[in-house]
Design a protein around this ligand. Structure first.
Ligand code: SAM
Length: 223
């Protein structure tokens, strides 16, 4: 199966999930695990004026970034049209569309011009990418960043319960939802190594909140 087919299947799986009962789970999980209340983006990215999130889902992290960083421009990109429709509805209801826009796109070929953003964020997306695709995503993040801009990204660690379940016996994992096929857990060291390999000037581990035994985070800077 090629990457296009894989991404198509993943977006169909997320579209389907968001039309069913799983939708009720995503928001709270995001707020607890991915964007917990003790995540302070302003300490990492205080003066970022333009911010992109890749794999923005329903837009929870974009809203947090808006409150904490008050940037002039926030853009979210996601594969899933259904996720994006929910994000647009939420942002409209909350009167946030003046600052935040979302668009359909794929992390390894972002539909965006070079050198536009001070910061690229990604939360809960990279676990879907194998190392080759993750390198492509990081190269894309670097391409759209301005010189001196930062990538702040976090993903499941090897200890995340979902990763552990997906490592289980084939007889069980074959029955799990298709979007779990590429559930990769990584340490912060691995993320730092991949960031340097994709061309970032430097990279470091980050501790972003209390749930971070289950998440690994990297902060990488473009030359
Ligand atoms: C677990 S959800 C997390 C969404 C959001 N960041 C949050 O925490 O609420 C993962 C999101 O990443 C998106 N995604 C996965 N792979 C992607 C890719 N290659 N390019 C763009 N979006 C992707 C999915 O469509 C989904 O909305």
């Amino acid at each position: 199966m090629n990457d296009r087919t894989e991404f198509k299947e993943l977006s169909v799986a997320y579209d389907r999930a968001m039309r069913g009962p799983l939708r009720a789970v995503f928001g709270p999980v995001t707020l607890l695990g991915g964007a917990p209340s003790d995540l302070h983006l302003e300490r990492l990215l205080g003066d970022a004026r333009s911010v992109l999130e890749v794999g923005c889902g329903q837009g929870y992290l974009l809203e947090k970034a808006l409150r904490q960083l008050k940037p002039a421009r926030l853009v979210g990109v996601d594969l899933s049209e259904v996720m994006l429709a929910i994000a647009r509805r939420r942002l409209r209801r909350r009167g946030e569309t003046k600052w935040i826009s979302v668009m359909q796109g794929e992390a390894t070929s972002l539909p965006l011009r070079d050198t536009q953003f001070d910061a690229v964020l990604s939360m809960g997306m990279m676990e879907h990418l194998d190392d080759g695709l993750l390198l492509n995503f990081m190269r894309e993040a670097r391409r759209v960043l301005k010189p001196g801009g930062h990538l702040v990204a976090w993903t499941f660690s090897e200890r995340h319960p979902i990763v552990v379940v997906y490592r289980g016996p084939a007889v069980i994992t074959r029955r799990l939802p298709a979007y779990g096929r590429r559930m990769v857990g990584r340490s912060a060291d691995e993320l730092c190594r991949l960031a340097i390999e994709s061309g970032f000037r430097d990279s470091g581990k980050a501790k972003l909140g209390r749930f971070f035994p289950f998440y690994s985070a990297v902060i990488a800077t473009r030359e």
